[in-house]
Design a protein around this ligand. Structure first.
Ligand SMILES: [Zn+2]
Ligand SMILES: [Zn+2]
Length: 381
């Protein structure tokens, strides 16, 4: 199933667009060049009578008025890159040192422009809203965007988003109803004690030791506090402290992430962390502070919309459906789904290297597949 107009639509330009965007990755709320690039493109689109747009911080909202609308369908793409030094040998490698589109948001954006371009030439029946959302990787653009007047005045009745899946081959699409991605929280703990000479430990208060005890204790939260029938992750990805081999460390810092299946277990994990932090303070006579950084709620796909999408995908001859499993990854698209029914799905891009890898190299054939899929979905919705 793919309409004649859809088949005739040339998706080739969106591969070049993806390459252009890949060269200018920017971090959350600093997507100035990216926003300018997108606006330059949107401003050139024909059929301005049913096309409107406005900016929100470094993001953009584009609305296409339908011919006989009964509702508004929203499609969200994230637009930010990551603080990663790209290690591919691609001819269109990142021009921004230390930054890379290593999560495929460059593909997400080019797909959005493809679908937008098609419907700017073929007026849809229902209204469409294209949401170019900043700062998905942090500090989180979805929540403040959702709360903005700019978004509220064009609030859609359904929200759809995709994310590239390097481990799935091109031509595959995966999702599931209900819980898709976890509740997530960053975790930063600073420890402050009293430094000193390595040979006079009795005059100092060693934060390397305190941090080591804390990291060990944190491991017991999942094994001893979270129900074995529930699931959670507490990962400490970084530990830093001290200055030199013969100086007792005055400061240490622990950085990690928390992932849970439910909001309740997120509260439980945080409560336990806070208890352990107090314990370390009194047992090592030091001061600790906790910062939870960016917190994202779960991505929960609404039953009716997701089932209908799955049925639709199963009918298509150019994509294969794959039943996804829950994942402990996080996505701030979950905030949209808290208020608006809809779903997120995985798009296979067959890359040997995974998300957030400095070597991620998605197969660009997936762009054509996704554009057609979304056009057909909107037409049939
Ligand atoms: Zn990411
Ligand atoms: Zn991402």
């Amino acid at each position: 199933m793919s309409g004649k107009d859809t088949l005739a639509f040339n998706t080739e330009p969106f591969i070049k667009i993806r390459k252009d965007l890949h060269q200018i990755p920017e971090l959350g709320f600093q997507e100035v060049k990216t926003q300018r690039y997108l606006l330059n493109y949107i401003e050139e689109l024909p059929n301005k009578d049913w096309l409107e747009w406005k900016t929100w911080r470094t993001g953009i909202l584009v609305r296409l008025g339908g011919s006989s609308p009964t509702r508004t369908i929203g499609y969200r793409t994230d637009i930010d890159g990551l603080p990663i030094e790209e290690e591919t040998a691609l001819p269109f490698i990142s021009e921004h040192p230390g930054m890379m589109h290593a999560c495929g948001h460059d593909l997400h954006m080019s797909i959005a422009l493809g679908v937008l371009t098609y419907f700017s030439g073929h007026q849809p029946k229902d209204n469409l809203l294209f949401v170019f959302q900043p700062a998905e990787e942090g500090p989180g653009g979805a929540k403040p965007m959702l709360e903005s007047e700019e978004f509220k005045s064009w609030k859609p009745d359904r929200m759809v988003a995709l994310h590239i899946a390097p481990e799935l081959p091109v031509g595959t699409v995966g999702t599931k109803t209900g819980f898709l991605f976890a509740n997530t929280s960053e975790l930063f703990i600073d420890l402050k004690g009293k430094g000193g000479h390595a040979a006079y430990p009795h005059q100092a208060n060693d934060m390397v030791i305190a941090a080591s005890y804390l990291v060990t204790q944190l491991q017991t939260i999942v094994s001893r506090n979270v129900s074995p029938l529930d699931s959670a992750v507490v990962t400490i990805g970084k530990i830093a402290g001290g200055t030199k081999q013969n100086i007792i460390a005055e400061n240490a810092r622990i950085e990690g992430t928390i992932r849970t299946l439910t909001i309740d277990s997120m509260h439980l994990v945080k409560e336990r962390i806070e208890g352990m932090v107090k314990g370390i303070e009194s047992s090592f006579d030091c001061e600790l502070s906790i910062d939870y950084g960016a917190n994202y709620c779960q991505v929960f796909n609404s039953e009716a919309e997701t089932s209908a999408f799955i049925d639709f995908v199963k009918e298509l001859d150019y994509v294969k459906f794959f039943e996804s499993e829950k994942a402990m990854t996080g996505e701030d698209f979950g905030y949209f789904l808290e208020e608006i029914p809809g779903f997120m799905f995985w798009l296979g891009v067959g890359s040997e290297h995974g998300l957030h890898s400095s070597k991620l190299n998605p197969n660009e054939d997936a762009i054509d597949c996704a554009i057609r899929l979304l056009i057909d979905y909107v037409k049939g919705a």
